[in-house]
Unconditional design. Sequence first.
Lengths: 221, 377
Amino acid sequence: MSSPILEGRTLVKSYDDGQVAALRGVDITIDAGEYVTITGASGSGKSTLLHMLGGLDVPTSGDVLFRGAKLGSEMDLDTFRSSQVGFIFQAFHLLPTLRAVENVQVAMLAIKGRANHRVERASALLEEMGLKDRMQHFPNELSAGERQRVAIARALANEPAILLADEPTGNLDSVNTGHIMDILRGIRETRGMTLVIVTHENDIALSAPRHIRIRDGRIEA
Amino acid sequence: MSSQLSFTGFAWKNLRRRRLRTLLTLCGITMGIGAFVALVGFSRSFEHEWLRLYQSSGTDIAVLQSSLFNSSIDESIGAKIKQLPEVAAVAPLVFNLIDLTPDVNALVYGWPADSYEMDSLNFTSGTRFHAGQPEIVLGDLLAQTLKKTTGDTLTILGETFTITGIFHGGTALETGAVIMPLDQMQIISSRQGKVTAFHVRLKPTPAGQTYEQYVSKVQKEIEALVPGIRAEAAAERASNNQIVDMAHSVAWGTSMIALLIGIVGIANTMAMSVFERTREIGVLRALGWKGRHVILLILTEAGVLGLVGGLLGIVVGLGALWILSIMPQTASVVSLSVSPDHLVESLLIAIGSGLLAGAYPAWRASRLSPVEALRYE
């Protein structure tokens, strides 16, 4: 039986002094190596939940635990993000001044003791993503699918335990969507990583062994 | 192609992104540092020239009243000073900064024809002047500027003087100067019987005393001998005299204003840059960059601006100093002798200014919430 890698306990997130509630007491447990998809309407709180689980944001009340350690108190959020989590965003968020191979290295700049292997590792990851001939290209010289593959390589740079993807295919056509999903599922299988994907697309949501629906800041039964 | 990404390389790429803005910011800090190098270099070279002037003539002590240009001492006091057992020679002098032509001004000295200070002049043509005669000798730089040679005449304050010789002085203060008999200088400046100062040369330092102790002892003796006057060691005099003080103050004041403008320029650039890159900073935070990594990145960018601006500023400053050292109006008081310390100091000030200017934008960037920064449009 797998052990929990991420837990959310009674997560509440509200804005404007409690006037707007994005999460209304969410309890969630994700096991190590699990593949989970989260769906919900716009504004339902699914991205907010993903941000909480990835340590990008902190809950108004409640706790997020990584392997039993409370984020923010027992484990530093920056350290958690740099060493345990890889993020993939809908808008790719590549840095425009850097080449593909440099964009992947940016994630490693925050980690000590990797200076000698940064280029080798970034190159190997891009090669794995099928971008061997695109390493020296800037983001504006790449197609949308290629950009997302660079972003996936960047997310894997520090060998995280968890991959969190927020609408990773939202800006892609159907061909690239299929390609990116194949890559993500392949990564999960070969590396044994935990994969959590927030998506609008039913096909993707239903392809996961576990599918969570969120509505008005609560998980639907 | 390896494309190894370093922190500094990343900062440099960010600066190159907005080339025009980076260039304009560099212009600001370059001008600030250029002004600092030129103006402070000018005032220090001025001080240095004074020191060399004293050293080349063998003067150990300068005796004067409270302020240099207003100093007016009875000429007869020289004889009293000469009677002190430690004193080898006393040279009275009158000097002033005088317009020789509408474009050229120069230091004009009145020295006794037999002053020991005349021995330090190296005549390239002609000979010394004679006491009581309307004669002058010119420094070679000034002679060149005025296109005068031995035998020509020069009108100073309405009086015509014959040039008896051209000399090469050891300092810019001498090579750009006019020297005439003391009595003639007293007449044209209406200071008969008065002098600006006395230069005193001491006998060799006795055994058992340091030079400083010896000079200090004689200073006290001179001041006790003639109440109301000041005796200063030559080295101290070079750095303490009012003209040098004034030059220092103006130089520092002006260059600090220029530097401040440069600092505001960098601060504005970095603040704009942080504002524009809010979402990118959010990405970096999402990738696990700590607040201090973001601070380091922004400060590196600001520091690089300071460093490059500083290097360019040094080139500009030295160029300006070189121009001052050959311009007729300033050649008599400026030489292109800038100490390496001054250049290092300028570079450190430039980098420090960059870091200071980048501090607030860096701190602000480090405080951005990752998720809010990522949402930023």
